[in-house]
Design a protein around this ligand. Structure first.
Ligand code: Z5A
Length: 207
C-alpha cells in the first residue's frame, strides 16, 4: 500500500490535535504504519524554532521573519521526519503544514503569496499532501473552545484578534475552493462523533 501524507488544518480550537489522534488510531486498527507529527516542529531543532515563533518576547517578529522561520522549521521537518517516514512506507499525519503559512502569514498577515510559493517550491522538493482535512468552524466557536486553556498565558497567535482569525478562516476556505481534489472541508462545529465519522469515510477512500 502506498504511503500517504495527510495534513490537518484549521483555525485555533478546530479540533486538529483531537482528530490527528483519531486518524492514528484508525491506521493502527488496520495495521497501517502511521507517524503523527506537527508544525511548526517535529524535530528537536524545529521545536526550538516553534518556541521562537510562539513566545511573546520583547522583540517584534515581522510577518516575513515569521514566514521564513516557518519554512526553516519545515525544511528540517521534511528532511529528518516526513520524507524518511514516507520512504519507509509510513502514513504521515501532520498537524498543520504549508497551508497554515498560506492562511496565517498570507491571508492573516498579508505576506506576498509569491514569496510563500517560492519558499514552498524550494522547501517541498515536489512533495505535497495527498489529502488535507480542513476543519472549518465559526471563529467564535473555535476561540471559545480554547479560551479557558490560554488563561493569561496566551502565545503570539492565541493573543490575536477575532478579525485576524476571520481572515485566516477565509484564506483556508479559498485554498480549499482552489484545490477541491486535495482538500476535504469538514464541519468542525458538529459533534465529535459526526466529525470522526466523516474523517473515517475519507480515510477509507484513501486506502
Ligand atoms: N502557524 C502559522 O502561523 N504558520 C504555519 O505555517 C504553521 C503554524 C505551521 C501553533 O499551532 C500556531 O502556529 C498556530 C498557527 C501557527 N496558532 N494558532 N492559532 P498549533 O496547531 O500548535 O496551535 P493551535 O491551532 O492553537 O492548536 P489548538 O488550539 O490546540 O487547536 P486544535 O488542535 O485544532 O484543537 P484541539 O486541541 O484538538 O481541540 C480544542 C478543544 O476542543 C479540546 O478541548 C477538544 O476536546 C475540543 N473539541 C475538539 N473537537 C470538538 C468537537 N467536534 N466538538 C466539541 N469540542 C471539540
Amino acid at each position: 500500500m502506498t504511503a500517504r501524507f495527510i495534513t490537518l488544518e484549521g483555525i485555533e480550537g478546530a479540533g486538529k490535535s483531537t482528530l490527528a489522534k483519531f486518524v492514528l488510531a484508525y491506521l493502527a486498527q488496520r495495521q497501517i504504519p502511521g507517524r503523527l507529527t506537527r508544525e511548526p516542529g517535529g524535530t528537536p531543532l524545529a521545536e526550538r524554532i516553534r518556541q521562537l515563533v510562539l513566545e511573546r518576547g520583547a522583540e517584534r517578529l515581522s510577518p516575513v521573519t515569521e514566514t521564513l522561520l516557518m519554512f526553516a522549521a519545515r525544511d528540517l521537518h521534511l528532511e529528518h521526519v516526513i520524507r524518511p517516514a514516507l520512504a519507509r512506507g509510513e502514513w504521515v499525519v501532520c498537524d498543520r503544514f504549508t497551508d497554515a503559512t498560506r492562511a496565517y502569514q498570507g491571508s492573516g498577515r498579508g505576506v506576498d503569496s509569491d514569496l510563500i510559493e517560492s519558499l514552498a517550491a524550494a522547501v517541498h522538493g515536489g512533495l505535497a499532501p495527498d489529502c488535507t482535512l480542513l476543519l472549518d468552524l465559526p471563529v467564535n466557536v473555535g476561540l471559545a473552545r480554547v479560551r479557558g486553556r490560554a488563561a493569561g498565558n496566551s502565545d503570539r497567535f492565541e493573543a490575536e484578534t477575532q478579525a485576524f482569525f476571520e481572515k485566516v478562516r477565509a484564506g483556508y476556505l479559498e485554498l480549499a475552493r482552489r484545490e477541491p481534489g486535495r482538500f476535504h472541508v469538514i464541519d468542525a462545529a458538529a459533534p465529535l462523533d459526526a466529525v470522526e465519522g466523516r474523517v473515517e469515510r475519507i480515510l477509507e477512500d484513501l486506502e
